[in-house]
Design a binder for this molecule. Structure first.
Ligand SMILES: *Cc1c(COP(=O)(O)O)cnc(C)c1O
Length: 428
């Protein structure tokens, strides 16, 4: 095979002759192989050669010479302040993952033609690091965030990577900036890994360059004055996700289209959209949170329901944790104090007519959103087809199931309830 022709095809595909088009096809299949398994074939010999994955041992650290004092915790607004450092790992189709660097937080320099700006080639994650009263720092189920990020990357042909290696690098970043994590209860460090396509060309295709970066932001409790139930707008005129779409992945492309519906809901006096799908008005998610509803069955049992992961639902770490705690209680494996033992857990579709009928029969016990930023968000009202449906909440703003689950979950996040979900970053 003539390497010169191959290079020419790569440089100027629009000038291709028939034979160089064949070469291009070969080139495409090779790069597809590369993306999927970080492995490629030598074009001359056909032998397998590996491209480097993320290598934690090659980390370079350039400390900031302009360290800033973290602001007082009480002044923190979610996602507005960032720590002194960030992690950067560039990737290219020819060289694989480059040397990871921790460097001072600051602007990126990218050409305006980069594909991320035009075609939303971007995926992200959101997780929290907690610092307890003794200064011990931990993450909550970070392996799930790493797996989900790899899945998201795959969905839009961004390069995949070794999630364990990225996690070790994120831990190092957190250790370097750990004095930014407020120690007060309810405060944490929000960690935002992001991967973008930085292919320098206008054209939709798998990028030949990408950049993974991680930034960190100290954040306060979502409800500083205790739980405040929110009102939802049952949204039928916009959809967040559709069958076969991308709702089940944490892709940047899913979020910008939600802003206008969110504004429209706010103008009507509601805090969030309750995304309803199809003519049956299936409940899917609340804003950017997963959704749970609790029914009282005819025999008096409580049923905790959340929609199944059918491709439209984002597989939340909080969702999975709520389900896991609830199932262990229901099976008797790990009973939770204060929760009835007459308890069923279901992942099944729920329609608005079921919720409405339950509300009218006094069998709607509670409804809440669940996600990393807020943990649990109780709901006290849903605007649906020009009517308001009221949902009971206790004097503390929560319901009988969410209250118990919330305390169990937060205990495991902060480490006050020992669990294998809590991953130590630093002992002090
Ligand atoms: C991130 C997210 C969630 C919650 O996921 P967690 O892992 O629990 O934070 C739910 N729905 C959407 C649409 C999300 O983007």
């Amino acid at each position: 095979m003539a390497l010169a022709a191959l290079r020419a095809a790569r440089r100027a595909p629009w000038l291709s002759s028939t034979s160089s088009r064949a070469l291009q096809r070969k080139l495409f299949s090779v790069s597809a192989l590369r993306r999927n398994a970080a492995v490629t074939r030598d074009l001359m010999t056909g032998e397998f050669t590996s491209l480097p994955d993320i290598e934690q041992n090659r980390l370079q650290v350039v400390k900031s010479t302009n360290l800033r004092p973290p602001p007082p915790s009480s002044s923190l607004v979610f996602g507005q302040v960032f720590t002194d450092h960030m992690l950067m790992i560039p990737w290219s189709a020819t060289n694989g993952w480059d040397i990871p660097k921790i460097q001072p937080y600051g602007p990126l320099s990218l050409e305006p033609c980069c594909t991320v700006f035009h075609y939303a080639q971007t995926v992200f994650e959101g997780m929290k690091a907690y610092r307890d009263g003794n200064g011990k720092v931990s993450l909550f189920r970070p392996d799930m965030n790493m797996k989900r990020m790899v899945n998201s990357a795959k969905r839009i042909a961004l390069p995949t990577f070794d999630g364990d290696a990225l996690l070790e690098l994120i831990k190092e970043l957190i250790r370097i900036d750990k004095h930014w994590i407020p120690q007060e209860s309810g405060y944490s460090l929000y960690v935002r890994p992001t991967l973008i396509g930085t292919h320098k060309a206008i054209g939709v295709g798998p990028p030949n360059e990408a950049l993974l970066f991680v930034i960190c932001s100290p954040v306060g409790p979502y409800y500083p004055q205790g739980f405040k139930p929110v009102a939802l707008y049952g949204t039928t005129e916009f959809s967040r996700a559709a069958p076969g779409g991308t709702g089940g992945f944490k892709l940047g492309v899913n979020y910008a289209p939600g802003v206008v519906p969110q504004k429209a809901a706010a103008e009507k006096g509601y805090a969030q959209n309750l995304w309803l799908h199809g003519p049956e008005h299936y409940l899917t998610e609340v804003g950017t949170m997963n959704m749970f509803v609790v029914f009282k069955k005819d025999n008096g049992a409580l049923e905790l329901v959340t929609p199944p992961l059918d491709g439209m639902i984002l597989p939340g770490v909080t969702r999975d944790s709520v389900l896991s705690l609830a199932r262990k209680h229901a099976s008797g494996k790990n009973k939770l104090d204060g929760l009835t033992s007459d308890f069923i857990v279901s992942e099944r579709p729920v329609t608005m007519s079921e919720v409405k009928a339950a509300a009218e029969a006094n069998k709607l016990v509670e409804l809440f959103g669940a996600g990393t930023a807020v943990v649990i968000s109780p709901v006290d009202r849903i605007g649906y087809l020009d009517e308001d449906m009221l949902i009971p909440t206790g004097s503390d703003g929560m319901g009988p199931v969410s209250r118990v689950i919330y305390n169990e979950l937060v205990g495991r996040q902060l480490g006050t309830i020992p669990s294998e979900w809590s991953v130590t970053v630093s002992e002090s």
